[in-house]
Design a binder for this molecule. Structure first.
Ligand code: ADP
Ligand code: ADP
Ligand code: MG
Length: 658
């Protein structure tokens, strides 16, 4: 076996690969850019090599630097993780030429599957069902419109080199097609340096289901069942699970057989994923093959017990697959949530910064569920604007899907981040939705369920109890600490504007008893004191954790996706709150504000300039994402407050109108 492996990646996937190497007794080398000096992956690796400045194009993507680092450290193999050089056939060839093993498939397999047009042709030849469409390149908008009419709208326009949800657009009409064709071509050229575009039928109300395959250098290929990744935003996966609630045994076997056939057709010899789009009627069509480890691979590991990274390493070394198809079965259910540094309350804009607080759920067996948390950062680390904004991949496993969903909800409740915006409340909302619980998934799920964006969920009756009891308990603790224990037992609690009459007392066990509009709840095992941002307790029989913050006249409390200002008031004062005027938001109608922290790419307007509605007034960039800010109405620019290259915070003024 290899003695030493170099990991040409960063963050959680570098940490993930190190864990398996350690278990196998293999030494690790991690390369790092300026931004990643001292990262968790660097701390865990046996050796580290600095490879350049923070932008990936000047470090992680430079093959020479990686090869030099391999030579300098005497590593025998490179694990590329995902993203970066993981699907670069040229890199795999380069390593081969240098006598270094690439822990991934052979370069010919990467080439064959590397772009969507070629891979679709291979798939069709291997007898895999492909999305009906046009297999060739399309040059002009007129040609695109003609072909789209033949296929029949809606039609998907795709960049052949596309990935990560970029370079994809749906067209419903000739006009959509003409416009979308140009847009996808431009985006593809910009993102991938390759503007080849093709068309395929848009599968209506689809689900994303993919098959994990594993091959060796001896012609053996097996599949490790499916993952469903239908919870997507902008064609990017957010929540994944295995198995899929849609599939029956026959469909699973058919998809698995097609995936294996395709992998065999290209002599596939590592871990890979064959992605399908599936109709609600269980029809399925090949989308693409990803010739690398997939972000969501842990859910497969949790239901099969197979360590995919170990298998990749073994097949790169030349071992025969020790697992046979018939050895495998599905054990239980697993769900993964991608925790991102993005603010769900602000349209999911990237929200980078320092992780001032980072409390992670306990891993391992929790009774009804098991937690796995693949994270690449520690409390105090910076989530930088240079890379993907993923903080962690949180997984929960259970015997049944219900157990896994409940486990994920609990694990999210035990995840606390501060210092930046994060999507934990959003993930919690999905777990609490009946539609998700019922398994009626579709790639349009997020759009369907949150048509106007995410604003949290209203508290359920159970959460109302949690909000009230926590606020009352904190109120009691504070009063006691101030040496002013209140004799008062009757209070009015306002949750935002809704009033509840409560009666507070203690039972013989000293548990807090709160009668809410006449109904008793008990609160025990309270863990909180002033200054703590987590409130933990047991309500009746259920343990919960809420995030709490003292506000001027109450508490801001978040439990899962429900958050509210909760005020504990004397009943004779409470009614006055109804009379208070709403606080007016400052008038920002004449300002263009930065929606996220990042770098100013361009501000193409000057003071005195007349701007038409829809014209671009600023471009901000953070974490691979450009945000183009357009004028909301016609107007004249009064002042420009930032220039290209300036770092800006969320809500910084960029342009002021007269
Ligand atoms: P998965 O199916 O594993 O989630 P994704 O398409 O989301 O695959 O990509 C996995 C990772 O690789 C993500 O971090 C994504 O940002 C990155 N990635 C994928 N394709 C590209 C690409 N063409 N250019 C840049 N990054 C990419
Ligand atoms: P990427 O390389 O960016 O991952 P994919 O081809 O895998 O691109 O597509 C990403 C997502 O877009 C899919 O998971 C699916 O939700 C959606 N999608 C792609 N092709 C189609 C299609 N023909 N019909 C419906 N949805 C599609
Ligand atoms: Mg894909």
């Amino acid at each position: 076996m290899f003695d030493k492996i170099l990991i040409a990646n960063r963050g959680e996937i570098a940490v993930r690969v190190i864990k398996t190497c350690r278990r196998m007794g293999i030494k690790t080398v991690v390369v790092y850019s300026d931004a990643d000096a001292g990262s968790l992956a660097c701390e865990m690796a046996d050796e580290t090599v600095h490879i350049g400045p923070s932008p990936a194009a000047q470090s992680y993507l430079i093959q020479d630097r990686i090869v030099d680092a391999v030579k300098q450290t005497g590593a025998q193999a490179v694990h590329p993780g995902f993203g970066f050089l993981s699907e670069n056939a040229g890199f795999a060839r380069r390593l081969k030429a240098e006598g270094i093993a690439f822990i991934g498939p052979n370069p010919e397999a990467i080439d064959a599957m590397g772009d969507k047009i070629t891979s679709k042709k291979f798939a069709a030849e291997a007898g895999v069902s492909t999305v009906p469409g046009h297999m060739g390149l399309i040059e002009t908008p007129d040609e695109a419109v003609k072909i789209a009419r033949e296929i029949g709208y809606p039609v998907m326009i795709k960049a052949s080199a596309g990935g990560g949800g970029k370079g994809i657009r749906v067209a419903h009409s000739d006009d959509d097609m003409a416009e979308g064709f140009a847009a996808v071509k431009a985006e593809a050229l910009n993102a991938f340096g390759d503007d080849r575009v093709f068309l395929e039928k848009f599968i209506v109300d689809p689900r994303h289901i993919e098959i994990q395959v594993l091959g060796d250098k001896h012609g053996n290929v097996i599949h490790l069942f499916e993952r469903e990744c239908s919870i997507q935003r902008r064609n990017q996966k957010v929540i994944e699970e295995a198995p899929s609630p849609l599939l029956d045994e026959a469909t699973r076997a058919a998809m698995g057989a097609q995936a294996v056939a395709l992998a065999k057709a290209v002599n596939y010899d590592s871990a890979g994923t064959v992605e399908f789009v599936a109709g609600q009627d269980k029809s399925f069509f090949f989308l693409e093959m990803n010739t690398r480890l997939q972000v969501e691979h842990p859910v497969t590991e949790l239901i099969t017990g197979v360590d995919l990274v170990e298998q990749m390493i073994r097949s790169a070394w030349g071992e025969q697959l020790a697992i046979k198809q018939d050895d495998l079965s599905i054990n239980g259910w697993a769900i993964e949530s991608r925790i991102y540094a993005e603010d769900p309350y602000r349209g999911f804009l990237p929200s980078i910064g320092r992780l001032v607080r980072y409390e992670q759920p306990e891993e391992g067996d929790q009774g009804d569920y098991t937690v796995r948390n693949d994270s690449g950062v520690r409390e105090g680390d910076e989530i930088s604007m240079f890379y993907d904004p993923m903080i962690a991949k949180l997984c929960a496993w259970g015997e049944t899907r219900d157990d896994a969903v409940r486990g994920m909800a609990r694990a999210l409740e035990d995840t606390h981040l501060a210092g930046l915006g994060h999507n934990v409340p959003f993930l919690a909302a999905v777990m609490d939705q009946e539609r998700f619980q019922s398994g009626e998934l579709a790639t349009s799920y997020i759009k369907d369920e949150f048509p106007d964006g995410f604003h949290g969920l209203a508290p359920t009756p159970e959460q109302v109890k949690i909000l009230i009891a926590s606020a009352v308990a904190m109120n009691e603790v504070i009063a006691e600490q101030d040496g002013d224990p209140s004799e008062r037992t009757d209070w009015t609690v306002l949750i935002d504007k809704t009033a509840y009459e409560v009666e507070v007392g203690y039972d013989e066990a000293e548990d807090l008893i709160v009668a809410i509009d006449g109904e008793d709840v008990s609160l025990s095992e309270i863990e909180w004191r002033p200054g703590l941002s987590l409130f933990k307790a047991v309500l009746d029989d259920d343990a919960f954790t809420a995030e709490v913050k003292r506000a001027a006249d109450g508490f801001d409390i978040r439990h899962r996706a429900a958050r509210a200002r909760v005020r504990v008031l004397r009943p004779d004062v409470a009614h006055l709150y109804a009379l208070l005027p709403e606080k007016q938001a400052a008038d920002t109608s004449k300002l263009v504000l930065s929606p996220m922290p990042g770098l100013v790419v361009d501000i193409p307007v000057t003071p005195g300039q007349e701007v038409k509605s829809g014209e671009t007034v600023a471009i901000i960039e953070a974490m691979k994402m450009q945000n183009i800010l357009k004028a909301e109405r016609d107007g004249k620019v009064k002042a420009v407050k930032a220039k290209a290259g300036d770092p800006v915070a969320a809500d910084d003024v960029l342009v002021e109108f007269e």
